[in-house]
Design a binder for this molecule. Structure first.
Ligand code: AMP
Length: 282
């Protein structure tokens, strides 16, 4: 496994792989890898000839007062996980290699980024799309792998790739959960045992939403209020949103839709957590 921090060296390697006919699979991450990340590397390994994992804690997707400085950095362990999962190359750029002095260019997706996480974190998604655009230009993916865990993010990336007419396929992989249902996240390590127990309310609320949809409940507001009730029963879970929206547009679902997505964001013990679930209507 190659570990490379220089962008031009990465591009040289992937170009030579591409020229010899290999398909390139790319898994962008901020490191602190867990089984959820590894599931993306596994999918890339199954579907591509040459697998690149990028590890970069991207400063521009953190807002003022967010956890950029504290974000866990565990590169040695991450390299071990990448190697065990069969990655061919890990790209570990320095901040100065990804953000050139006096850069004036950002990549911004408009409408989709105004709701949910975008409403709460106004500059977050332009940080994400700008860095992912750069990472794609360096790693030249045939396929790039993202988690459903960050539901809005994978939609925003899909929209960017479509709108910019890039020839990369975006693959969205299912949410990997702990045995008790908590969605895995690098930020779960911030949770005290007590906060971690309270955080299970998110999963409970989504489970209930899915059950209601299966029982024939089709009215988003009814499902949303059931989720609100479950979250409010858990103590000290500060709910930001619990909504049922169209899977593609993140607007109100149209009447007669066969599916929708339930999305929750809440702060528990000072840590902001996200979870979501696709609802199939009967
Ligand atoms: P991050 O390192 O948090 O930026 O995440 C890197 C990628 O891993 C993103 O595409 C995430 O959606 C994905 N990811 C994070 N947590 C999970 C999870 N529990 N299951 C599946 N994918 C995940």
């Amino acid at each position: 496994m190659l570990v490379v921090s220089c962008p031009s060296e990465v591009r040289r390697v992937v170009l030579s792989e591409r020229r010899s006919g290999a398909t390139i699979g790319v898994v962008p991450t901020m490191g602190a890898l867990h089984t959820g990340h590894v599931s993306l590397i596994d999918a890339a390994r199954r579907e591509c000839d040459f697998v690149v994992v990028t590890v970069f804690v991207n400063p521009t997707q953190f807002g003022p007062g967010e956890d950029y400085e504290q974000y866990p950095r565990t590169l040695e362990d991450d390299l071990g996980s990448c190697e065990a999962a069969g990655a061919d190359l890990v790209f570990t750029p320095e901040r100065s290699a990804m953000y050139l002095p006096q850069a004036q260019t950002i990549v911004r997706v408009s409408e989709l980024t105004t709701v949910l996480e975008g409403a709460h974190r106004p500059t977050h998604f332009e940080g994400v799309t700008t860095i992912v655009a750069k990472l794609f230009n360096i790693t030249l993916p045939n396929r790039a792998y993202f988690g459903q865990k960050d539901y809005q993010q994978q939609l925003v990336i899909r929209r960017m790739v479509r709108d910019l007419q890039w020839d990369s396929e975006i693959v969205t992989c299912p949410i990997v959960r702990e045995a008790d249902g908590l969605a895995m996240s690098s930020r779960n390590r911030y949770l005290s045992p007590d906060a971690r127990a309270r955080a299970l309310a998110l999963h409970r609320a989504l489970d209930h939403a899915a059950a209601l949809a299966e029982q024939g409940q089709r009215v988003p507001a009814m499902i949303e209020s059931a989720m609100h009730r479950i979250i409010s029963e858990a103590e000290q879970v500060d709910l930001h949103y619990a909504v049922v929206l169209d899977c593609e547009t993140l607007q109100k679902p149209s009447e007669g839709a066969e599916s929708a997505v339930a999305l929750i964001a809440a702060t528990v013990g000072g840590t902001r957590l996200l979870d979501n679930r696709i609802l199939q209507f009967r």
